[in-house]
Structures are given as structure tokens and as C-alpha cells.
Design a protein around this ligand. Structure first.
Ligand SMILES: [Zn+2]
Length: 130
């Protein structure tokens, strides 16, 4: 990739990284231990645990995306010509896919094979034809 497209995706990736950094981690509510804070509502505890679980899974997803975006920025700077090409088949990744997910490393076809090996179907063995 080169020229305007490269400039475009460099900007998109940097903005995404900044947005993720600005967003920061969702604060995880502590479970109240002070007896004076505990009211008569016994249903409150499970709710707090659920919101903790939600917050921590949100934080994990954010950290994972940030890592992918940073990797994409490094790839783009290290080897701009290869940016936007599938890391597996080296065909160009569809522009609309890159717009939606500028850190994508693989084209849709290769990605679907990685994510769902079942789609590859059974390996043909010589004995299948006997
Ligand atoms: Zn591919």
C-alpha cells in the first residue's frame, strides 16, 4: 500500500489507538466489605459480581484491540508495501474490510479458515479415493 491510502490508514490506526487509550479501563467496583455499608438488600452482591465480570471482560477486549492496533501500526511503519495484504495468501485485503478493521492481517477467506477450521472440510486422504 502506498500514497494516500497509506496515509489514510496510518491516521485511522493512530486515532483508534488514541481512542482506546483515552477510554481507559472501566473501573471495577469493589465488593463492599464494610459492614456499615451493607444494607438489607441481599440481592445486591450478585449484581456487583456481575458488573465486575462485565467490566473486566470489557477491559480485556479493549487491551486486546489496543495490542492489535499497535501491532498494525508497527507493521505499517516497518513494511508499508505489505500493509493491506493478507499475511497468509498475500492477496490485497478488501478495502471495506480494512475500513471496518484496519488492524486486519488476513483476508476474509483466510480469516474464516483460521477461526473456523471446520469450514476447510475433511482432509482428503489417498484412501478416500480407493
Ligand atoms: Zn488471504
Amino acid at each position: 500500500m502506498e500514497g494516500d491510502e497509506l496515509t489514510h490508514f496510518r491516521r485511522v490506526l493512530r486515532e483508534r489507538r488514541q481512542a482506546l487509550l483515552d477510554e481507559g479501563d472501566v473501573p471495577i467496583e469493589r465488593i463492599r466489605k464494610d459492614p456499615s455499608e451493607v444494607g438489607g438488600d441481599e440481592d445486591e452482591q450478585p449484581l456487583t459480581e456481575m458488573s465486575q465480570a462485565l467490566a473486566s471482560s470489557r477491559n480485556r477486549a479493549r487491551a486486546a484491540e489496543l495490542k492489535q492496533v499497535e501491532e498494525a501500526i508497527s507493521r505499517l511503519e516497518a513494511d508499508p508495501e505489505m500493509f493491506g495484504l493478507c499475511s497468509t495468501c498475500e492477496e490485497p485485503i478488501a478495502r471495506r474490510r480494512l475500513e471496518a478493521m484496519p488492524h486486519a492481517r488476513m483476508c476474509v477467506a483466510c480469516q474464516s479458515v483460521v477461526e473456523d477450521p471446520v469450514k476447510r472440510g475433511p482432509r482428503k486422504k489417498l484412501t478416500d479415493f480407493v
